[in-house]
Design a protein around this ligand. Structure first.
Ligand SMILES: Nc1nc2c(ncn2[C@@H]2O[C@H](COP(=O)(O)OP(=O)(O)OP(=O)(O)O)[C@@H](O)[C@H]2O)c(=O)[nH]1
Length: 749
């Protein structure tokens, strides 16, 4: 600022000085010329010189103006006051009010002292007689105006300065804000570029948990790449758009509940792409809060972990499953045994461990090669899996060794042992059926060791050892056997085994025979008869059918026995016909026999062989036949019905009891079980059952035979209610056909 004032003063001073100097020269006023030149030169030196400080320069400049003013006071008079007035104003401008006051005082002193002392003429025409008063008035007036102008200037300057400072501050803070805004913008640009190009999926949702919210407000490129949804398709939809049928519902609930309570959550969940392909996602969801701590959004960072999950699964499979058969291996078996043992100890229910080892497996390996041996092992695994329930475990623990874990059999050890034996029998039977491997037939068998749990202080390894020991016992007893670790159970097994062997022999040695029990109408005339089997063993005497028939079913002997029964029935029929009895014979057909693949063919060939029409045969089947594969059963029944064979449901009302199948089956007759017949006419429940069976049979157009009729009251009740025929001790005991015929001859003839 000072230099600007100096340059203005220099230019204007020079311009003012030129005419002044010329006129002074003309009037020979050389002192004025000298002062003008001196002042302009000094000004020039000050303007150019950089050796003085600001205040020194300012005081020099002020001194020049003051000096010129005082000089003009002497020489010129009135014009000097303008110079003198300029000095305090400039002082206020350059050095502040305090210095300006000093200059004002200096001016006043100069005016009064110089003016009064040298009686300077200032065109003030009054008080010439009182020169001191005159100079006081001049000085006061001058000082007054000069002070007002100086102070005004100083105040103005200060205000200006203050406002300038404020403006400077404002502009500084604006600058700062602009800088931080710029920085924030830059940061934002970088962050959004990073988020956009992240390999992880980033999804941001609003915080609307009502309706179908929260809704997506942002998804990055990785999301579009991984899911196949475009940004436009995803925005506005729910975060759960990625979940599907195999997403764990518990995890979905866990995520929902964390979001509803504004908590962060991490989860792993199966998700779906737009084209419904499954993939695993690791999900990390966090709430985003504003400055007041209120949740405004959620950010979800999700990563495709399908490969990791697959690797985990592969590792798990390798660690816990047998590669060849896919069955659990020894490690998983031991785990499950541990769990089962704990359960058994808690519930008191007995379970069983069956240790199965194939007999002479080495021979197949040696004769047909390892690959065929492997095929056999796979086939064995599949048969075992088919036989057992899902809750049971089938494991392969080495070479040709399999272990079956059967859960919760019964709270009583004897019952549990019997059940375990039945299962072991089923397995032994299943594995002794021929295997077809690569088109060739192989026969095999197995030895089974059984151990029951829990026993005191028993561990998984103890159980395995026990069943293994039992298995070796079965091997040493000749293979294709079952052995129990528990001694008392072993006795049962042996009894059963000998009974089974004796039964097989009984068939060969003609120890089995058929007896006949007539079925009569209301007039006590035979309209049919049921053939019943008897076993008169040479060594055991009469063996109860209740004992040997279930055994025959479990061991599979029932099929052979069934064929024999059919043949026998044909022979008996022919004998009856020859003696003039034209009624049909009922025989029992077990589900196992009925389900044999070649059953229909066998029936056809036996009928042909004996030259007997199917019309004279009634197959009594139980309701259990209709539980599995009903369509196949119906079609087989229809084929047999085409041969003339009729079907009767034995023990009706005691089993499956679904009326649905009655409509769909080619049935001829229902047999009321003797347990209901024995209750009539005394028991209200029994009567209700019998009456309802009779009326239902009528509705379906079926005949009814009542079994186990022993008293005349029972017979009368049944006749009164229109029962077609009766069978029981009241009319005849089961008798050998020849004896029956002989007894009937007089009346039949
Ligand atoms: N094919 C095939 N064979 C195997 C496998 N693992 C073990 N083996 C063979 O299985 C056979 C097991 O034989 P053993 O159980 O000891 O004897 P075995 O011939 O079955 O006779 P017994 O058990 O005494 O009736 C051995 O020959 C092993 O080499 C496998 O994964 N695949």
């Amino acid at each position: 600022m000072l230099n600007a004032i100096l340059s203005v003063a220099l230019v204007l001073g020079t311009l003012t000085a030129i005419p002044s100097v010329l006129m002074a020269i003309r009037d020979s006023l050389y002192s004025i010329v000298l002062i003008d030149v001196l002042a302009i030169s000094w000004l020039f030196v000050l303007w150019r010189g950089h050796f003085l400080s600001f205040s020194a320069k300012s005081w020099n400049f002020l001194f020049i103006v003051y000096g010129v003013g005082v000089f003009f006071l002497f020489k010129v008079g009135p014009v000097s006051q303008i110079y003198l007035m300029a000095v305090p104003v400039l002082t206020a401008l350059l050095l502040g009010l305090r210095s300006a006051v000093f200059v004002l005082v200096l001016n006043a002193v100069t005016l009064i002292s110089v003016g009064y002392a040298f009686d300077i003429d200032l065109q003030f025409d009054r008080y010439h007689d009182q020169p001191f008063l005159r100079w006081i008035i001049i000085t006061l007036n001058f000082t007054f105006i000069s002070s007002v102008i100086t102070v005004s200037c100083a105040v103005l300057l200060r205000r200006l300065e203050e406002s300038l400072r404020k403006q400077l501050q404002i502009s500084l803070s604006l600058q700062e804000e602009q800088n931080s805004l710029k920085k924030a913008n830059e940061e934002l640009r970088l962050i959004s570029a990073a988020v956009e190009n992240l390999n992880d999926m980033v999804m941001i949702t609003d915080n609307n948990l009502q309706e179908d919210g929260p809704h997506l407000v942002f998804v990055n490129k990785a999301f579009e790449r991984s899911t196949g949804y475009s940004r436009a398709e995803a925005i506005g939809r729910n975060l759960e758009m990625l979940y599907g049928p195999n997403s764990d519902i518990h995890e979905v609930h866990r995520i929902r509940s964390a979001m509803s309570t504004r908590h962060a959550i991490r989860s792993e969940i199966i998700s779906y792409t737009k084209s419904q392909e499954e993939f695993w996602l690791e999900v990390d969801i966090r709430p985003i809060n504003d400055q007041q701590g209120k949740c405004t959004h959620y950010v979800a960072i999700e990563r495709d972990i399908t490969d990791r999950k697959k690797a985990e699964l592969d590792i798990y499979r390798l660690a816990f499953f047998d590669v060849l058969t896919g069955l659990p291996n020894r490690r998983l078996l031991r785990d499950r045994m541990g769990v089962q043992l704990a359960n058994a100890q808690r519930t008191g229910n007995y379970s069983a461990v069956l240790f199965i080892d194939l007999d002479h497996f080495k021979t197949i390996n040696d004769a047909r090669g390892h690959a065929t041996g492997d095929l056999l092992l796979v086939e064995v695994a599949s048969r075992l899996n088919q036989l057992l329930r899902e809750v049971d475990t089938v494991a392969r623990i080495g070479g040709d060794e399999f272990v079956v874990l059967v859960d919760s059999l019964d709270p009583h050890i004897e019952v549990a042992g019997k059940l375990a034996l039945t299962i072991a029998e089923k397995i032994r039977h299943a594995l002794s059926q021929d295997f077809i491997l690569n088109g060739q037939v192989y026969s095999s068998s197995c030895s089974i060791g059984v151990s029951l749990m829990p026993k005191a202080v028993q561990k998984a390894d103890d159980l395995l050892r026990e069943s293994d020991t039992a298995m070796y016992r079965a091997k040493s007893a000749g293979r294709n056997q079952i052995a129990f670790f528990e001694g008392n159970m072993q006795i049962e097994v042996e009894q059963r085994l000998t009974l089974e062997r004796d039964l097989a022999k009984a068939l060969e040695q003609n120890e089995l025979q058929m007896v006949m029990q007539a079925q009569v109408n209301k007039d006590a005339q035979a309209v049919g008869a049921e053939l019943l089997m008897r076993w008169n063993s040479k060594t055991r005497g009469m063996v109860s059918p209740a004992l040997f028939i279930p055994l025959a079913e479990e061991s599979g002997l029932i099929v052979k026995i069934g064929d024999w029964v059919l043949s026998e029935a044909c022979t008996i029929l022919k004998r009856l016909h020859a003696n003039g009895f034209q009624f049909p014979l009922s025989i029992n057909v077990s589900p196992k026999q009925f389900r044999q693949k070649d059953f229909v063919e066998k029936v056809r060939s036996i009928l042909e062989q004996h030259q007997v029409s199917g019309e004279y045969l009634i197959f009594e089947v139980t309701e259990g036949l209709f539980i599995d594969n009903l369509p196949e059963t119906i079609s087989r029944m229809n084929i047999l019905a085409d041969l003339g064979i009729r079907f009767s449901i034995d023990d009706f009302g005691t089993g499956y009891s679904s009326l649905n199948y009655l409509k769909r089956l080619p049935l001829y007759e229902l047999k009321i079980d003797k347990s209901f017949v024995q209750d009539v006419p005394g028991d209200a429940n029994g009567m209700a059952i019998v009456v309802s069976i009779l009326s239902m049979a009528k509705q379906f157009g079926l005949k009814v035979v009542a079994e186990g009729v022993e008293t005349i009251e029972q017979a009368n009740y049944l006749i009164e209610n229109d029962c077609d025929s009766m069978q029981g001790f009241l009319y005849s005991r089961p008798t050998a056909p020849d004896v029956w015929i002989a007894n009937q001859v007089p009346s039949a003839a």
